[in-house]
Ligand binder design. Structure first.
Ligand code: NDP
Length: 295
């Protein structure tokens, strides 16, 4: 959710009864500080910060999170051993995002309070093993004793219900909130998400860091390079720097990196975050009453 989930979106989700997360991966430390402070004044409810463990200035982010009294941290894209104990010592709840049972067990051993089991359908950073949510959720719930939050391909209440039937205790929803009024993403990206069809996103860059992207000009270039056997160095050169910002924040729909999940095919309108939360809960409750009803 880099370039999408700032204080406006996180506070709106928390105010609507969810747990809003600030995506810190695209924020310089002073920017993160500002977003945490604004989020605190915009909601009296709990919110969290997502920290990609490969963020270059991570020690500064962790320091700000501790000093500002953030109570919940979601970590992703890295080894949970490094920071979990530091955060736990300060009384912070730590949830780590995993793409396999093996990593879920490592997160539990590192002392995490819960894991997010994120399937292959998810946008952005993704697992190498391509395990789909349908397989990953039961596999992870059977392999750890801590609560499991399902992610990857979840944007509706029916999908939330299905994840819970498979053993999840909660869901993490990303892509649906990119197409929200409060997301800081460029309007062109939000509109591209709304127009997406099945098959518009694919996994790429397994040689560097696997990422699910919309198939635009940049995607085709990087895939063509992968197919001709380009070295890691060449791929890094093609990727360059700040591609994600170019696409998702600056609105360059051809040269930018557009990270979104497969579920974008089911997203048809940009809505206020509160309506998204209400719709998910309403569909979930309706589904619970009559789970086998044909839609
Ligand atoms: P790049 O190296 O291509 O570019 C860095 C981007 O991050 C720039 O746009 C830069 O903004 C911004 N940035 C924020 N803080 C810093 C900092 N301290 N040092 C340097 N740049 C900073 O990286 P990406 O855009 O591909 O990824 C950015 C971050 O987001 C990474 O930490 C990555 O791990 C994370 N990420 C997490 C994902 C997830 O699923 N968890 C998915 C994708 C990315 P500016 O251009 O204004 O200088």
């Amino acid at each position: 959710m880099i370039w999408a989930s700032g204080w406006k979106l996180a506070a709106a989700v928390s105010n609507a009864g969810g747990l809003g997360l600030i995506g810190s991966g695209s924020m310089y430390p002073d920017v993160l500080l500002e977003h945490i402070r604004k989020c605190k004044s915009a909601t009296s409810r709990p919110f969290g910060v997502n920290v990609p463990l490969l963020y270059p200035d991570i020690d500064k982010h962790i320091d700000i999170i501790i000093r500002e009294g953030v109570e919940i941290v979601f970590t992703s894209a890295g080894n949970p051993k490094t920071w979990t104990a530091v955060l736990k010592e300060k009384g912070i709840k730590v949830v780590h995002v995993v793409s396999s049972s093996k990593f879920a067990q490592k997160a539990e051993a590192a002392g995490c309070d819960a894991v997010v089991a994120e399937g292959f359908e998810a946008g952005g950073h993704n697992g190498r093993e391509e395990t789909t949510s349908m397989v990953l959720i039961p596999a992870v719930t059977q392999s750890v004793t801590i609560p499991v939050i399902a992610a990857g391909g979840i944007a509706t209440g029916r999908q939330m219900l299905a994840a819970m039937v498979l053993g999840a205790e909660g869901v993490q929803v990303g892509s649906r909130f990119v197409a929200s009024e409060e997301a800081s993403s460029h309007l062109k990206f939000k509109e591209r998400v709304v127009q997406s069809q099945e098959g518009d996103t694919m996994l790429s860059m397994k040689q560097l860091t696997p990422v699910r992207l919309i198939r635009n000009k940049f995607f085709r270039e990087i895939v063509a390079a992968e197919q001709r056997g380009a070295s890691e160095e060449e791929l890094k050169q093609i990727l360059g720097r700040a591609r994600a910002k170019k696409g998702m924040y600056e609105g360059d729909m051809e040269e930018g990196e557009l990270e979104i999940g497969q579920v974008s095919a089911l997203i048809h309108e940009i809505l206020p975050a509160a309506n998204i939360v209400e719709n998910i809960i309403r569909e979930f409750e309706e589904g619970l009453k009559d789970p086998l009803k044909k839609l």
